[in-house]
Design a protein around this ligand. Structure first.
Ligand code: NAP
Length: 330
């Protein structure tokens, strides 16, 4: 039989910051006759993430369904690993009903006491794996070291800060509002500043990290990120997670050259895509779940209700409207 689904597509290519009129809902009928290993499910939570804007990765052309992670409840399954009624985290796109194959499934959303389903698109989803693996694998933080995280109140950044505290580091952050500073301090950041209002970025960082920065987790990129290199210690490690300061701008941002700092301070700068750490996900999940249950890792989300508001939630996230993970409750 045919089942109804709705998905979002782009009406046109983005021009700068995305606008609500750049999106529209398309109604579709999906054949529920499944092939081997396929699963049909209804979306419960949809994730809105910066990479949807980052055309260098995945340019979804106008007309095509927009990609993204979601938690679905299985309504029909021809996959021996997943049963009707179970919840799974999948790369299913911005849609209400989806048919996915094995490759689009990340993992089962186990019933874990005290952990909400939405967390599986956040701390226990793609952003959580990004924070855990991207920080620990690349920065290799040691107890007592100083860590700096920009975008520190967002989905990935707030988790990196909390993981760094768990590892016994001193953690400095920066973000775009005073409300976010309050939030970051409430989850354990030692010191936080507002990059929009601070006049002397390297100056304030030097003051907050008088012993220098050993690990830098970069979500933002651009000139301010190069400023951080000036404050780094010899042997410092930089994990390049993203460059959100560039995603909505029409020109490439200007930054001072990095080579002189890199050579003089023997820095290691390494970029990553979370998928490269797939083998580490089970270990990462185990630790993240344990820390959440022990109360060491706090969960914070900004939730938008209603599938039709997914584009607005996405735009709000890109504009800094979210504290913690931006999620849509379908
Ligand atoms: N490498 C990977 O595999 C991977 C995986 C996931 C995410 N990422 C990257 O990680 C970063 C954070 O992603 P997320 O999901 O955690 O998003 P997020 O931080 O929850 O949301 C985006 C935040 O970026 C900040 N922002 C927007 N424009 C900015 C600008 N011009 N300069 C500085 N900050 C700006 C806003 O906070 P403020 O109010 O603080 O400005 C906004 O809340 C992104 O760069 C993303 O592409 C990479």
């Amino acid at each position: 039989a045919m089942v109804k689904s709705r998905y979002f597509t782009k009406t046109q290519e983005f021009d700068g910051m995305p606008k609500v009129i750049d999106f529209k809902i398309v109604e579709e009928e999906i054949d529920d006759d499944l092939k081997d290993k396929e699963i049909l499910g209804e979306a419960i939570y949809i994730s809105v993430d910066p990479y949807t804007r980052y055309a260098v990765y995945y340019n979804v052309p106008p007309g095509a369904p927009i990609i993204g992670f979601q938690v679905i409840k299985v309504t029909k399954s021809k996959n021996p690993k997943y049963f009707v009624g179970e919840k799974i985290m999948v790369h299913g796109g911005w849609r209400t009903t989806c048919k996915v194959d094995d490759e689009q499934v990340w993992y089962k959303v186990d019933k874990i006491s005290g952990i909400d389903t939405s967390v599986f698109v956040g701390a226990l989803g793609m952003p959580g794996m990004t924070a855990y693996c991207g920080f620990l694998e690349i920065c290799q933080p040691k107890e007592g070291e100083t860590v700096f995280v920009n975008g520190c109140a967002g989905a990935v950044g707030n988790l990196v800060g909390q993981i760094a505290k768990i590892k016994g580091c001193k953690v400095i952050g920066c973000c775009g509002s005073d409300e976010k500073i309050k939030f970051a301090k409430s989850i354990g950041f030692d010191d936080v500043f507002n990059y929009k209002t601070c006049k002397d970025y390297p100056g304030i960082l030097k003051k907050m990290a008088p012993n220098g920065v050993d690990c830098f987790f970069d979500n933002v990129g651009g000139r301010m990120s190069t400023d951080v290199l000036a404050c780094m210690n010899v042997g410092g490690r930089i994990s390049v997670c993203g460059a959100i300061s560039a995603y909505n701008s029409k020109t490439l941002g200007q930054a001072t050259m990095v080579q002189s700092y890199m050579a003089r301070k023997q820095l290691l700068m390494r970029g990553f895509g979370v998928g490269q750490f797939k083998d580490k996900f089970p270990e990462a999940l185990k630790h993240m779940i344990q820390w959440i249950q022990e109360g060491k890792l706090k969960i914070h989300e900004t939730t938008t209700k209603g599938f039709e508001n997914t584009p607005q939630a996405f735009i709000d996230m890109l504009s800094g409207g979210n504290i913690g993970k931006a999620v849509v409750k379908v």
